[in-house]
Unconditional design. Structure first.
Length: 78
């Protein structure tokens, strides 16, 4: 079931676009649980922020503290 959120829904990884479906919002924050549209078993975590430490996330993943970072998308501030 697609929960209604007014946010961007595909992300790009390695030149390929991946559509996803929002399932739920996490703790009233700009963070969401979702799954890939073509594979409901492939869960993803979607987070929106003004500033994100992409390199820090990759290091944390390397040490096993964070999920794999699939993509970082940049949006115009509205």
């Amino acid at each position: 079931m697609q929960v209604k959120f007014p946010f961007y829904t595909p992300y790009t990884d390695g030149g390929a676009s991946h559509a996803f479906v929002y399932e739920e919002q996490v703790d009233q924050k700009k963070a969401f649980i979702a799954h890939l549209q073509d594979n409901p078993e492939d869960k993803i975590f979607v987070k929106f922020s003004y500033c994100y430490g992409e390199n820090a996330h990759r290091v944390a993943h390397g040490y096993g503290f964070a999920l794999k970072l699939r993509a970082v998308e940049h949006f115009a501030d509205s």
